[in-house]
Design a protein around this ligand. Structure first.
Ligand SMILES: [Zn+2]
Ligand SMILES: [Zn+2]
Length: 254
């Protein structure tokens, strides 16, 4: 029997929990990354240099740092490192005086009076992040691994047999799951090369979207609906966009 990677068991467990299994795992991964960054690495010189190059984490993951109790001084250390770097950029900016422009010196160039002043544009470029958010990068790697694990282990029962009881527990867990959010469904579909797997994904997702559709109709027609329909509008958002604050706005997730 071949040994399975730890991520196999993580995905398997997540399939048995509510919501998109990958969003659930990535939310946990982001939390673990940020906790480790703050607890173990905020004083690490190499990490601090990388933090400077990133200009801090992205918006989503920077704000997640603020939700960890007891880590505010570590957050302060890392933010201070970035602010110092930004001050350094301002200090190192070429002469911005009108005199320097008139003389055609410095980084404004000597293009004459009609030339557009590029000082702002050039300064903005110096303030740009030189590396993407380290948390987003880690999540990209984890996400790719989860998708591979799913595609590699979700093996539908052969056509004709059509008995889900014959399927491995991993595939059965997917059949019973809440399915994927739309971004993760697209990722899985792009990676699969097995038509039977595509059919299974379509069947699972069709059932989930049909149920959600009916609940949304119930909610709309009977305001104050009770039962499952009550939070259908929230679950629809989670299903179409992924769980809250999993994806950074500037993250490539196609
Ligand atoms: Zn998802
Ligand atoms: Zn990020």
């Amino acid at each position: 029997m071949t040994s399975r990677p730890p991520s196999y068991y993580h995905v398997f467990d997540a399939l048995k929990q509510p919501g998109c299994p990958f969003c659930r795992l990535l939310t946990r991964d982001a939390h673990a990354f940020i906790d480790s960054l703050l607890y173990e690495y905020s004083m690490d010189r190499g990490v601090q240099q990388r933090f400077q190059a990133m200009r801090g984490l992205c918006n989503v993951h920077s704000w997640q740092m603020t939700t960890l109790h007891g880590r505010s001084s570590n957050v302060a250390v890392l933010q201070e490192v970035v602010i110092k770097a930004l001050l350094g950029v301002l200090d190192d900016a070429p002469d911005l005086s009108d005199d320097s422009r008139a003389a055609g010196r410095g980084f404004l160039g000597g293009l004459g009076g009609s030339a557009k002043d590029r000082a702002g544009e050039q300064l903005a470029a110096r303030l740009d992040a030189r590396e993407p958010c380290a948390c987003c990068q880690t999540l990209d790697e984890k996400e790719a691994d989860y998708v591979e694990v799913f595609v590699g282990h979700c093996i539908p029962a052969a056509d004709g047999a059509n008995d889900p009881a014959d399927e491995h527990a991993f595939t059965a867990a997917y059949r019973q799951s809440d399915g994927f959010c739309l971004p993760h469904m697209r990722q899985v579909l792009r990676r699969t090369t097995d038509r039977a797997q595509v059919r299974l994904i379509v069947a699972v997702q069709r059932a989930i979207w049909s149920g959600l559709n009916a609940e949304l109709e119930t909610f709309r027609l009977r305001s104050g609906a009770v039962g499952d329909a009550r939070d259908s509008w929230r679950r629809a958002i989670a299903n179409l966009t992924g769980e809250q604050a999993v994806f950074s706005a500037d993250r490539n997730r196609s």
